[in-house]
Design a binder for this molecule. Structure first.
Ligand SMILES: Cc1cc2nc3c(=O)[nH]c(=O)nc-3n(C[C@H](O)[C@H](O)[C@H](O)COP(=O)(O)O)c2cc1C
Length: 322
């Protein structure tokens, strides 16, 4: 199967393998890794893997598209870190909706420090569900994260104390709604608490007491550790390409945070339950669609989460015409 990793344009087969490894280190809901990659003579295609969707938790596949967007961003940065500029086209073919992007390596470029920093953070970034210290996140780090979102055409508002209070109520309500759904619970049980040998899903070692209880506590506004820093990544539009785009923005924000020594965890419930998402949109002023909520701070070390072998993510050969 690895013989489907072929040279692509200016990239040797070895470089293609390295950049695909980097792409696969992207975060994904429940570590489903819902992407596939296809090498063609002139580019690398990023495809959704609908078999790895979460029909109850993510019925619109919004988070699946964001996860693939995150993989796409890693791919772009890894190619740039090899001194090649990639040209990216989102959702290029109407007759192939699972094809989310085509990345064509097209010109040599020098590697600037900004790209080197982002590329260096790909392997060290991880979701940190532990407690964060009371140290305030510095304004320059938050500004860098905001610019990272904006350079990928997304927005990153930070919640003030009143908005945080409202968010907590939304998290509690959304969490209750989700726990009333047998199908959502089934997906949670299926994909989390995995044995250390599993190649996908969230390992038991990465969860805190096996539950999301921390987030109800952490979102509670001013606690013993101070007021948490919580940001939302949002977009003006909410269609398929917008979700892939916002996934790239999310990953750029996460890598920027990692490079600044910050830890981040995800708060999905209020964007997964439609009524909570609509309310969160209003809390943010009504102008953007909230796509993901992130808690940011300084946390301790956490173990890495496994990934499937690369050959499992390579789409079968398919000749593209036209
Ligand atoms: C769109 C999206 C939503 C996520 N939502 C949650 C969440 O609600 N709770 C959580 O603990 N982790 C969440 N995660 C983090 C994933 O579980 C994590 O990315 C995955 O387990 C891989 O681990 P890593 O990020 O450390 O590489 C989310 C990730 C993505 C991309």
């Amino acid at each position: 199967m690895t013989d489907t990793i072929t040279p692509v344009g200016r990239l040797t087969a070895g470089t293609v393998t390295a950049v695909l490894h980097a792409a696969a280190l992207a975060p994904s809901r429940h570590n489903t890794q819902p992407w596939r990659f296809r090498c063609t003579p002139d580019g690398i295609d990023v495809l959704a893997d609908p078999v790895r969707s979460l029909p109850a938790t993510d019925p619109g596949q919004r988070e699946l598209l964001m996860s693939c967007g995150a993989a796409l961003f890693n791919l772009r940065v890894a190619i740039q870190a090899h001194g090649i500029d990639p040209a990216t086209t989102l959702c290029p073919r109407r007759d192939e909706p699972d094809l989310l992007a085509t990345v064509r390596p097209f010109a040599k470029r020098s590697v600037d420090t900004r790209i080197a920093l982002l590329a260096g953070a790909i392997a060290t970034r991880r979701t940190n569900r532990g407690e964060f210290s009371s140290r305030a996140v510095s304004a320059p780090a938050l500004n860098a994260m905001r610019s990272a979102a904006e350079s990928e055409r997304a927005w990153m508002p930070q919640l003030d104390t009143t908005q945080l209070h409202r968010l907590r109520e939304l998290v509690v309500t959304a969490d209750r709604i989700q726990r009333e759904s047998a199908a959502v619970l089934r997906e949670l049980n299926e994909w989390t608490g995995r044995a250390p040998t599993a190649v996908d899903g969230v390992p038991v070692l990465s969860t805190v007491n096996g539950s999301d209880a921390w987030l109800l506590h952490e979102c509670g506004g001013s606690g013993p550790l101070g007021t948490p820093t919580v940001v939302v990544i949002g977009s003006v539009e909410d269609g398929q390409p917008d979700r892939v785009r916002v996934g790239q923005a999310m990953q750029r924000v996460l890598l920027t945070a990692t490079a600044a020594g910050l830890s981040v965890s995800f708060i999905s419930q209020p964007v997964e339950v439609p009524s909570a998402r609509a309310e969160l949109r209003q809390v943010l002023g009504g102008g953007i669609w909230p796509q993901i909520v992130l808690r940011v701070g300084y946390g301790g070390p956490v173990p890495s989460t496994p990934r499937r072998p690369l050959h499992d993510m390579i789409a079968g050969e398919q000749v593209r015409t036209g």
